[in-house]
Design a binder for this molecule. Structure first.
Ligand code: 0O2
Length: 216
């Protein structure tokens, strides 16, 4: 498939559908925890479809011919689940593994195997069926699962990478590595007081729903 032969709107449509459906489904899981008054391992869910220029950049960088981008670029459709605590990540992975509406084809644990940049997250690549007017179409979607601290770091590093076209100056790289270590420490410390934090959030939740019922 040559670049000029790709109809991008048609090509990307099932990815948009998949990302939209997954956002609804995963936010639904969060809602369910709320209804059952349990700590939700899911804090927030976002999603995006990669832009055409980003897809072409990545294909170029990795030497992937356009005829193979569907199979070889796994994050054209991307969903991100952000949580409070590191162990929430593994709870979410279990929840994803138990589902029957998609198939997990790959898992990458960049928390146990941190990237040299300092990047940490858990990636799950799924094969997701989209019902189209031409029948069922499967697309790959990458689900990134990370804590708020990991997300803060990754968003900032991503912006810097963009600004410096992937060539972040050494001094800033060193600071980023220190920031990654600090984010890691923050996650470690929060894990130690997780029960305390959750109890406090539970009390606050009760207080809010009582004052809401009173109309306060
Ligand atoms: P964007 O702009 O976020 O879409 P690999 O060859 O396995 O190393 P691959 O196939 O891209 O690389 O898969 P991987 O490692 O799972 O990375 C996919 C996405 O994870 C990236 O997409 C980023 O979103 C995120 N990611 C991976 N490494 C880093 C990192 O060091 N810093 C940040 N901030 N994010 C990272 P894209 O397409 O690279 O970028």
């Amino acid at each position: 498939m040559m670049e000029e032969n790709i109809n991008w709107s048609t090509f990307l449509a099932p990815y948009h559908q998949a990302v939209d459906e997954l956002k609804v489904k995963l936010r639904g899981m969060r809602k369910q925890y709320e209804i059952e008054a349990k700590h939700s391992p899911i804090e927030l869910v976002t999603g995006r479809v990669k832009s055409t220029s980003s897809i072409l950049d990545k294909a170029n960088r990795k030497g992937i011919p356009l005829s193979e981008i569907e199979e070889r670029i796994q994050d054209i459709g991307g969903v991100r689940i952000v949580c409070q605590f590191v162990d929430d990540i593994y709870t979410i992975v279990e929840l994803l593994r138990a589902r029957h509406d998609f198939e997990i084809i790959e898992e990458k644990d960049y928390i146990k195997d941190e990237k040299s940049s300092g990047y940490r997250s858990y990636h799950v690549v799924i094969h997701y069926p989209v019902a189209t007017i031409h029948g069922e179409k499967f697309v790959l979607v990458e689900i990134q699962i990370r804590t708020l601290a990991m997300n803060f770091w990754a968003i900032n590093e991503h912006s810097l990478n963009y600004k410096y076209s992937g060539e972040i100056p050494k001094e800033i790289q060193t600071r980023l590595q220190r920031a990654a270590e600090a984010a890691f420490q923050l996650d470690e410390e929060m894990a130690k007081i997780k029960d305390e934090v959750q109890e406090a959030q539970w009390i606050f939740h009760q207080y809010k729903s009582k004052s809401h019922k009173k109309g306060g």
